[in-house]
Design a protein around this ligand. Structure first.
Ligand code: 0TF
Length: 259
C-alpha cells in the first residue's frame, strides 16, 4: 500500500460515516457487528496508547490524532504519547496502556500487552474488506474477485478461501498468483472467460485496476486501496456500490482482532 498523506485523512469522520452507512445498506450489518462476528469477541475497557514514530518518512500529521479519534469512536480510552519512538513506547507502558498502536513506513501494528498478541494492519484490513465484499446482500453466486495479491490482498483471499467462497484473483506478478493458487486453492481470473463478478475485493495501490469486463451491474467493490481502483465513469455506468475509506475500517478491524 502507498503511504497515507495528511490530505487522505482530512474529514475522516465524514468519510467514515458515509462508509458506515454504505456498509450497513449493502451487507445489512454494522461494521462493529461484522467485526464481532469475525473475531468472536467484543470490546471491553481496553486503554490504547498511540506512539508517533519518526523512522523513515517520519510523522504523518493527522495520523496519530486520526487513530485517537477512531479509538474514542469505538468507545475506548486512548492517548497519544508526548514522546516518539522508544521513549514513547516506554511512556505508553508507564501510562498503563493495554494496547499499543504504532506504524513506520513498512508496518502498522496493534500490540496487546496483556497476552502478547500482535496484529498487522495488512492482515486486519484484508480480512475486513474481503468480509464486507463477501456479505453483499445482492450477490448472485459465491464467486468473488480479488484484485491484487500483495500483503492485504493475500490476507483477504485467504480469509475468503477459508470461508468457502469461490475465489478468483488477478495480479501482474505471476509468482503471487501461483503462491495463492497453491496455498489457498484460488483460481486465476482470465478475461477470456468473460466472467462478471458482483463481489469485488480490490487491494492495490493503483488506479484503474477494475474494468467493465470484470464487473456485473450494481456490484459491490470493497477496497482500502488509495487511489481507488474503480474508474469513476465505470462506477457510475454500472451503478457500483463502493466501500472505500482510508483508515477507520482497517483500524476498527485491528482493534477487534487484537483484544
Ligand atoms: O501510510 C501507511 C499505511 C497505512 C495503512 C492504513 N490502512 N499505508 N503507513 C505509514 C504510517 C506512518 C505513520 C508515522 N510513522 C506516524 O505518524 O507515526
Amino acid at each position: 500500500m502507498a503511504l497515507l498523506t495528511p490530505e487522505d485523512l482530512d474529514s475522516l469522520s465524514s468519510k467514515f460515516e458515509d462508509s458506515e452507512s454504505i456498509i450497513e445498506r449493502v451487507t445489512g450489518s454494522k461494521l462493529t457487528d461484522i467485526c464481532k462476528d469475525i473475531y468472536g469477541k467484543d470490546l471491553g475497557s481496553e486503554k490504547v496508547g498511540i506512539i508517533p514514530i519518526t523512522a523513515g518518512n517520519g510523522i504523518i500529521s493527522n495520523f496519530s490524532s486520526s487513530l485517537l479519534f477512531i479509538i474514542q469512536r469505538l468507545g475506548l480510552e486512548g492517548f497519544i504519547t508526548q514522546h516518539t519512538d522508544v521513549a514513547g513506547y516506554h511512556e505508553a507502558i508507564s501510562e498503563g496502556a493495554d494496547i499499543l498502536l504504532m506504524a513506520d513506513d513498512h508496518l502498522f501494528i496493534a500490540h496487546n500487552l496483556k497476552d502478547e498478541k500482535v496484529v498487522t494492519n495488512h492482515e486486519a484490513t484484508g480480512t475486513i474488506y474481503s468480509e464486507i465484499a463477501s456479505r453483499f446482500k445482492d450477490a448472485d453466486s459465491s464467486e468473488i474477485l480479488v484484485i491484487g495479491l500483495g500483503r492485504v490482498g493475500y490476507a483477504g483471499a485467504k480469509h475468503l478461501a477459508e470461508k468457502g467462497f469461490n475465489v478468483y484473483a488477478c495480479d501482474p506478478n505471476r509468482s503471487f498468483l501461483e503462491k495463492a493458487a497453491h496455498e489457498l486453492g484460488i483460481k486465476e481470473y482470465c478475461k477470456e472467460d468473460r466472467k462478471k463478478f458482483s463481489m469485488v475485493f480490490e487491494a492495490t495501490p493503483n488506479a484503474n485496476t477494475i474494468n467493465e469486463g470484470m464487473i456485473a451491474e450494481r456490484c459491490l467493490v470493497s477496497t482500502p486501496g488509495i487511489p481507488c481502483g474503480l474508474p469513476e465513469e465505470v462506477g457510475k455506468k454500472f451503478r457500483v456500490d463502493l466501500v472505500m475509506e482510508p483508515l477507520f475500517i482497517g483500524v476498527t478491524s485491528m482493534i477487534y482482532a487484537v483484544i
